[in-house]
Design a protein around this ligand. Sequence first.
Ligand SMILES: [Zn+2]
Length: 419
Amino acid sequence: MLFGGRRACGAALAVKASVANSGRAGARPSSDLRAYGCSPAPRPLPRSFFSLLLATLLLAACASAPRVEPLKPAAAPVDSASDEAGLIMQMDRYEAELAHSPAVVRDPALNRYLKTLTCEVAGDYCPEIRVYLIRQPYFNAQMAPNGLLIIWTGLLLRVEDEAQLAAVIGHEVGHYVERHSLARWRKLKSTSNLALALQVLGGGGLIGAAASLGAYSGLFAFSRDQEREADDYGLKRLRELGYDDRRVGALWAEVWEEERMRDRELLSSILATHPASAERRNRLTEAAQGHSERRDSERYWAAIEPQRALWLEDEIGRRHYSQSQVLMARLRALPQASAESAYFTAEMYRRRGQAGDLERARDIYQQAIAAGDAPASSWRGLGLVLRQLDQPDAARAAWREYLKRAPDAEDRAMIESWL
Ligand SMILES: [Zn+2]
């Protein structure tokens, strides 16, 4: 069943929805995604999300703002006359569209793994939360108030073990349990952000000018207090489950190193905004007690291994080379999949093509090959850089080896024409 999470009871809602949402019967206002880094999802958002968000903002503007209490497991359905019911129904609608999106990664084994881990971390809230893996090459995860948890593939590429992933999931569950979305909406309605939001959303949707994207990110940003609260919740769950809590600070240290290299000129950087910071890294590092060594990195790597090459390809394809350099250096230093990481590092340098990059790429292709389990494409890439470095004989030898190792290569005819 698609929606196992929080429900809003229906009747009164349908009336308000039809007013606020120009006649889409049963459609309900509301929306809101909580990002691990407090950022909105870029491309995979279905279109109706924005019109419904507008409706929700309007509805929220009329709502009262009582204090938001944490959610209890298996809580009763939300009062249908409340703004929270609107948020939940909107997100149910969004989820129904998302479920059919080509951006959702369908790999059954990986999804089973994520679901099992999420259930463990969510504990009593497990039946209310559904996890979707989205193919997006950025460090991000999001939690909606209806129990929809979205994890981006770029996050899985950056996480090194199960302890770190459990911390991320615990953080998101924290947002859910503390009902941060609702608190955020209620705050927004009383500020100038509401007018800004209406302006942005009324202007034809999210994917537009950089200014709109920036405004949207700001609109959905959680407060620092909410982020700390979610971090603490994640840390608490991590300890209760017996994982090594030092892995959380380590993760944020790594993300922060990458974040500092942000390519500001790229639009996608705005979308991927999240509050990685030295303060967050320090706080989580200092909070660690180190009572356990449990990381479960083997199980984590076994789960991601079949998909990982694709995510590395996506990482390089986004062309944020200064960030990718930091990430790839870290991944290459890990004991797992070192030849694969080396191969994609070489690919990154070859494609960037700045001064010295061809030589770097050549050396790293050769290191990947020497490691013993390099992808066949390593010889292809090596041939390409050797040709550019004016070593045609060595280039041809590399391509011959490539074709020997990948006899069914799609580019076989082209490579043969170079021999
Ligand atoms: Zn967060």
